[in-house]
Design a protein around this ligand. Structure first.
Ligand code: URA
Length: 243
C-alpha cells in the first residue's frame, strides 16, 4: 500500500496532516525518513511518526543456517532431509529460502517469510557477492583466474557469466566470489577446465558471513542490522528462536 494512504487510514491523520508530516521528514519507514507519499508500505514494514510506532510488521522472520552436506535446499523432498527439517520453529511458519545450495554444498543459507526481502537478495540483478571456498579434484589451472574474471559462456542459458574473482589459496583449493547465482555455477565454471569440484562451501553473502559459532545444521536469527544491510530494506523483528 502507498505510504500516504497507509497514514491516511489513521483517524488522527487527515490528508493535510499526512502531507505536512511527510514534508517535514517526521515519517520513517524501516528506519529511513521517507518524504515520498508514493513509497510502498509492506506487511513487514516498520512505520514510525516521530516516536510513535504506527506499524511493527507482524511476524517477519530472518534466519541464517549452516547448511550441512546431504540436506536439500527445499521445503519438501521425497528422499532427503530438507533444511526446514533442521529448524525448530512452528510448523505453520511459511518459511522459504533466499537462494539455494546444492545437496553436496555446505555453508551459509538464508531463510525467511519475507518474500520482498528474499527477492531483493536472490534476484539476478541484485549483484550481492557470494563467496565460496572450493576444493577441486586436480590442480587449479592458473588460467581460470582470467577466464573467470572475463566471464564464461553458458550455452544452455545463452549468457556470459558476470566477472568473478578467483583467489587460488592452494593447488586444489580456492576462494571464488560470484555476483550472480546460476544453476550449478561453480561446478560448471571449473568443469570448463575439466576440473571436478569435490568440496563447496559458501562463506558469505554480501556483508553477511556465516557465523563461525554455528556448527553444520545449526541456525540463528539475523539481527536487524544484518537484515537491513543485506536486503537494503527495513525490518521489524519479533523475538524468534535460535539454537
Ligand atoms: N554453485 C554450485 O555449483 N553449487 C552450489 O551449491 C552453489 C554454487
Amino acid at each position: 500500500m502507498r505510504l500516504d494512504r497507509f497514514l491516511g487510514n489513521f483517524d488522527h491523520l487527515n490528508r493535510q496532516a499526512v502531507r505536512q508530516h511527510l514534508a517535514c521528514g517526521r515519517v520513517r519507514v524501516d528506519g529511513q525518513v521517507t518524504r515520498d507519499g508514493r513509497a510502498e508500505v509492506r506487511t513487514f514494514s516498520r512505520v514510525e511518526l516521530d516516536e510513535q510506532l504506527l506499524q511493527d510488521g507482524p511476524g517477519a522472520r530472518y534466519y541464517m543456517l549452516h547448511k550441512p552436506v546431504g540436506v536439500v535446499s527445499a521445503t519438501t523432498h521425497a528422499e532427503h532431509r530438507t533444511v526446514l527439517d533442521l529448524l525448530d520453529e512452528p510448523a505453520a511458519l511459511p518459511l522459504h529460502l533466499a537462494g539455494r545450495l546444492d545437496l553436496n554444498t555446505s555453508g551459509l543459507l538464508l531463510l525467511t517469510n519475507d518474500g520482498h526481502w528474499s527477492r531483493s537478495i536472490s534476484a539476478p540483478g541484485s549483484r550481492q557477492p557470494k563467496v565460496y571456498r572450493v576444493d577441486t579434484e586436480i590442480d587449479i589451472d592458473p588460467a581460470c583466474v582470467e577466464v573467470f574474471a572475463t566471464g564464461l559462456y553458458f550455452a544452455f542459458e545463452d549468457l556470459t557469466t558476470l566477472p568473478a574473482e578467483l583467489e587460488i589459496l592452494a593447488p586444489r583449493h580456492a576462494r571464488l566470489t560470484l555476483y550472480e547465482g546460476r544453476y550449478h555455477q561453480v561446478k560448471r565454471m571449473f568443469g570448463h577446465f575439466q576440473n571436478k569440484v569435490i568440496g563447496l562451501h559458501r562463506e558469505r553473502i554480501g556483508s553477511l558471513a556465516l557465523d563461525p559459532a554455528l556448527a553444520p545444521g545449526q541456525y540463528r536469527t539475523l539481527t536487524p542490522d544484518e537484515v537491513q544491510a543485506l536486503g537494503a530494506v527495513g525490518v521489524s523483528l519479533t523475538a524468534a528462536g535460535s539454537r
